[in-house]
Design a protein around this ligand. Structure first.
Ligand SMILES: [Zn+2]
Ligand SMILES: [Zn+2]
Length: 130
């Protein structure tokens, strides 16, 4: 009989642990999935480089801020973007896009219009125009 109660107690504790785990995840805790298939592109203007980060990598630092290209234009809400900490320089990396053809990560809100698309696609378009 004693063993049965131990089992009930163990199951109760286990259920509590799952409950806490789910709660922590919903609360934006550390247990976000570290799954490469869920990775999304971010672009760091300090590194001039894009990075694919999994939810586990970006969730602890995610926030909203003014796009680096629009700093100084205070009050412009359209300049607000999702920002995470750059994994390399710890600066601000902004939500970016990834070219499905070339896999290049670019920032569609870049201050320079020429850089608002994949450089390889841009080069291709330039070549066909001539
Ligand atoms: Zn960086
Ligand atoms: Zn491309």
């Amino acid at each position: 009989m004693k063993n049965k109660w131990k089992l009930v107690l163990a199951l109760t504790l286990f259920a509590c642990a799952i409950g806490i785990g789910v709660y922590a995840y919903k609360d934006g805790g550390e247990s976000a999935p570290d799954d490469a298939s869920l990775a999304v592109p971010w672009y760091c203007h300090r590194c001039n480089k894009g990075y694919m980060l999994t939810p586990a990598q970006y969730e602890p630092t995610i926030g909203k801020g003014v796009h680096p290209a629009n700093e100084g234009d205070s009050g412009d809400m359209t300049a607000m973007v999702m920002i995470v900490e750059c994994p390399v320089c710890k600066g601000a990396a902004v939500a970016a896009r990834r070219c499905e053809v070339h896999g290049e990560i670019y920032d569609p809100r870049d201050a320079d219009p020429a850089r608002r698309q994949c450089s390889q696609c841009a080069a291709k378009q330039g070549a066909t125009k001539q």
